[in-house]
Design a protein around this ligand. Sequence first.
Ligand code: ADP
Ligand code: MG
Length: 339
Amino acid sequence: DTYLNPNYSFDNFIEGDCNRLARSAGFAVAQRPGLTSFNPLMMYGGVGLGKTHLVQAIGNYIMNHFENKLVLYVSSEKFTNQFINSIKNNTLQDFTDFYMKVDVLAIDDVQFLSGKEKTQDTFFHIFNHLHQLGKQIIMTSDRPPRELQGLQDRLLSRFKWGLTADLQTPDFETRIAIIQKKIQSEGISIDYDVIEYIAHSVNSNVRELEGVIVSLMAQASLTRREIDVELAKNTLRNIVMNVDKEVTIDTIQEVIADFFQVTIADLKSKSRKKEVVYPRQLAMFLAKEYTDLPLKSIGYHFGGRDHSTVIHSIQSINLLMDETPDVEETLQKLRSYFK
Ligand code: ADP
Ligand code: MG
């Protein structure tokens, strides 16, 4: 039993800026296990960002492409429990023999080994044995090695022998792609409006994103309703923290930046480029609408502009609204992210 879940693959792992390094290092390792300089490969990142998915994708890929390679995936918790049992049952030798004969060892969530000295000692020996033989070791952790308190220095220094790659919170485009992939795999279709709405409202991690889609499908089937923005709003209100939260100037800047694909620094900059000026003016307009901040303070949050600039921005948007119907539509869309 390799403990691998065949549902995790590279094919269904969406690549984005947030995970590109980890994914490509993982793929390199999967193609040439033990032969790259990425040994060990250490991938770290917060909960729900795809560590387990990626490490299992590597394992599955190797299983499917190298018939004679023995791949073992194990969580650090399970490793620890097996170790403790082997002590109890006087089978420590069997335990270490078992691990020392694998070709690929993937060990998930090594932060769990923290403070467990005896387990670490044994892991250290297994690690050295495998590494010396050129076997591939892959590890994940919820934080970078330097922050792994309670882990022995000799282990930590070995973790750094290979490559350390992080997984970050998915950016807006990656969230869109993940939602699309997920609903496609569920065999349903949802309007792009709704997808965009979800991607804007749920920005913590992929697991939460998946949870929202599952709830949404359940809601839709229970109420026999179509999945539209209204239903999404109702569903999200019950599960996601972002919804119904007080709208702050930071939230507004984040939403605007996401929406127009500019950076928050752009919004605060002196740039007079059209691609930046319009989003900035809209952001000030919405800041006036949603917050109680005085104009002076709004200006301050946009790179230290004064209150007359804020007034001018609001007027510009009002004027634009009279001229172009798109502006009102855009505003409606943006407002939907705040309620
Ligand atoms: P972690 O181990 O970092 O806590 P997981 O690997 O368990 O996170 O990921 C949580 C869920 O999100 C899983 O269902 C996984 O398939 C999915 N997931 C995470 N990242 C991606 C991605 N880049 N593309 C597709 N699905 C992803
Ligand atoms: Mg995990």
